[in-house]
Design a protein around this ligand. Structure first.
Ligand code: SAM
Length: 298
């Protein structure tokens, strides 16, 4: 879609240069094998976010739902069961490896009401007013151009249709992430980060994503705080492996540690995270934001 003048004005500052954009998508392609490896755990650990989106967007039987940045398959796979055979889900992601694995999983689960398109959130290949609802779980923080993506999400939903995104709250309230990064960062020189660059905590600041959605002409914009627990029956060892494999940022940081530093870091993380592992179960407190709005009738 050619972007209108109003959209361009709002998006210039946060646009990634193509080289960085390609690098980011290449990193997601590398990550995709781990996102598929841990799909079962991802579904379990982040299920409360899917429930939050489904509740906020009031997704139900017979609806036609767009999932933007569906990764290894969630929330698409769960929503396809909720909307049932009279409804449908359109899974989208710009990364081939993510899409291929999610499509294979839908086949394994014999889900027939789910369709797949490889595309970026800021350039959706769908006609205006195609979907009842558009959602994105943990993807908006990584959009190349969040302002253009909000316009696009609103463009492709029906008038009064809901768009809803789940993003992480502040790092300090999410020890699932900080219990590792806070330790590693003591061992490495970490350059100051651009707060608008794609990152898990890009929209942790209150009203940041809600403001972008409002600027895209959404009405009834709401930002809800969701506190939940990231839980699964895994040990610290399994958590360490999952986190250090799935995250490009962690893979890159780990590669910069010396062989001597690695066990020291791991031991320090084990100490910091110990209280979240009891009787063979992991349970981290977590905080997310569910940001939603509706397409105005104009
Ligand atoms: C943290 S993962 C979340 C995946 C999945 N929704 C989930 O909750 O498990 C972020 C996803 O955003 C996708 N992504 C990255 N850039 C994107 C863009 N410009 N447009 C849409 N999705 C994008 C990545 O490929 C990745 O699958």
């Amino acid at each position: 879609m050619a972007l209108g003048a109003k959209q361009r004005v709002g998006t210039r500052r946060s646009r990634m240069i193509p080289e960085n954009q390609n690098k980011a998508l290449h990193a997601w392609q590398t990550s995709s094998r781990y996102w598929h490896k841990y799909r079962g755990l991802i579904t379990e650990m982040f299920a409360p976010l899917t429930s939050g989106l489904v509740g906020e967007a009031q997704i139900g039987i017979g609806q036609n739902v767009l999932d933007i940045g569906g990764g290894s398959g969630e929330p698409s796979l769960t929503i396809s069961r909720i909307v049932g055979p009279t409804g449908s889900v359109m899974y989208t992601d710009p990364v081939a490896g993510m899409l291929e694995g999610a499509q294979a999983e839908a086949g394994r689960q014999s889900l027939t009401n789910i369709h797949f398109r490889q595309c970026s959130a800021d350039d959706l290949p769908f006609a205006d007013c195609t979907f009842d609802v558009a959602v994105g779980r943990l993807s908006a923080m990584f959009f190349v151009d969040p302002a253009a993506a909000m316009w696009e999400a609103l463009r492709v939903v029906l008038k009064d249709g809901c768009v809803a995104f789940a993003v992480w709250g502040p790092k300090e309230t999410n020890p699932f992430f900080s219990s590792i990064t806070d330790v590693i960062d003591q061992f490495l020189e970490v350059p100051p980060q651009d707060s608008d660059a794609p990152d898990a905590f890009r929209f942790a600041v209150r009203d940041k994503l809600a403001g972008i959605l409002e600027q895209a002409d959404a009405k009834n914009v709401i930002e809800g705080q969701l506190n939940f627990r990231i839980e699964a029956a895994i040990s610290f060892e399994q958590f360490w492996q999952l986190r250090t494999e799935m995250s490009e940022t962690l893979r890159e940081k780990m590669a910069r540690l010396t062989p001597a530093q690695l066990p020291t870091v791991k031991q320090a993380v084990a100490g910091a995270a110990q209280k979240y592992f009891v009787s063979g179960t992991m349970s981290f407190p977590a905080e997310a934001l569910i940001v939603s709005g509706r397409k105005s009738a104009k």
